[in-house]
Design a protein around this ligand. Structure first.
Ligand code: 5GP
Length: 197
């Protein structure tokens, strides 16, 4: 999506260790018009899927998911909550996710009230790197007996293995921008072009 790529080129900051900072428009200050356009693009990409729920993970996925939901007939948004340690009461789906940016393992929970076998779920997140966050969300959808209709990502880092692995497993994964290379010294960012594997 050219609008997002241009914004990443303009305002993204390449950090060491493969981290891209986008806190000027996505992760801290949020550009609502951009998120709205991203929501419209997700709708175009998943137009044929009978999506009735959007699942994301706190915190950065929530804004993107909520704006996208406006383009999916206001489908309810459920976000997985992160907790360092929790007492389980049996009413939660739970999984563990290794955080790419914080290096910690989080317990992640979703109430059983909010996702179930009738749901056709679009999973949305801000970044896809190694795929740990998405694998956790996929486990939760599976445990709930719901259907994964697709996965929508704002920024995929194509030089990390998450995206390739999910596509190999047959998921309909759409990333609005795929960064194939980035250089912390020069700040140069290279995007995958449409049609490139
Ligand atoms: P994964 O679980 O795929 O390894 O990493 C995805 C999660 O880590 C996302 O939810 C995102 O919050 C965070 N993340 C991974 N890489 C980056 C990055 O380069 N920049 C930012 N801002 N967040 C990232």
């Amino acid at each position: 999506m050219k609008l997002l790529e241009d914004r990443i080129q303009r305002d993204g900051v390449v950090k060491a260790e493969g981290v891209l900072k986008v806190d000027g428009f996505l992760n801290h200050r949020i550009d609502i018009e951009l998120l709205d356009a991203m929501g419209a693009e997700f709708k175009r990409l998943f137009a044929d899927a009978p999506i009735n729920k959007i699942l994301t993970i706190e915190a950065s996925g929530i804004g993107i998911a909520c704006m996208a939901a406006r383009h999916f007939d206001n489908a309810p948004v459920v976000f997985a909550k992160k907790a360092q340690s929790i007492n389980l009461d049996g009413e939660m789906y739970r999984t563990r996710i290794q955080s790419f940016t914080h290096g910690k393992v989080f317990d992640v929970i979703v109430s059983k009230k909010f996702i179930g076998p009738d749901d056709h779920v679009l999973i949305i997140d801000d970044f896809l790197a190694n795929g740990c966050a998405l694998n956790g969300l996929l486990e939760i959808v599976e445990a709930a007996g719901a259907t994964v209709e697709g996965i929508g990502i704002a920024v995929e880092k194509g030089f990390q293995p998450g995206g390739a692995s999910l596509r190999e497993r047959g998921y309909h994964l759409e990333s609005l921008a795929i960064v194939d290379a980035m250089d912390p010294t020069t700040g140069q960012i290279t995007f995958r072009q449409a049609g490139e594997p």
